[in-house]
Design a protein around this ligand. Structure first.
Ligand SMILES: [Zn+2]
Length: 126
């Protein structure tokens, strides 16, 4: 567990991701019956990888990025925006054995499959 980033570093990462996955409003003109209306939709900028997460860790000298990505992904952080939506809820529980058992990937897949998943996640995020 000692290779994992601290709570403070994780908070810094989240602040960074909030900026990178900036909340944007998309608007388009749509026709409703005979009327034209402006439809607004909130969107997150996310490329469905952990590219900003990995780049942040790289820039901040994190030694074992893979170990961190593994835990981030266990908590549902499969892309930058989900780090904010899912991982942030559980990060401070990473040393709680009971919680970690709940998120043990072997509850769902084999260790081999999980390793391949993390390999893939690292490859598309680098
Ligand atoms: Zn996302």
């Amino acid at each position: 567990m000692s290779n994992l980033i601290t709570d403070e570093q994780f908070s810094m990462l989240c602040e960074h991701l909030k900026q990178e996955c900036e909340f944007e409003e998309m608007s388009e003109v749509v026709k409703v019956g005979k009327e034209l209306k402006v439809k607004r939709e909130p969107i997150w900028k996310c490329d469905h990888t952990l590219s900003h997460t990995v780049a942040w860790m790289d820039a901040h000298g994190v030694q074992d990025i893979r170990a961190n990505v593994d835990i981030i992904a266990r908590f549902g952080g499969h892309c930058d925006c989900k780090v904010l939506f899912h991982t942030a809820t559980y990060w401070n529980e990473r040393e709680n054995e009971e919680v970690m058992n709940t998120f043990d990937p072997e509850n769902w897949v084999t260790l081999d499959e999980w390793t391949q998943f993390i390999d893939h996640l690292m490859a598309i995020s680098s």
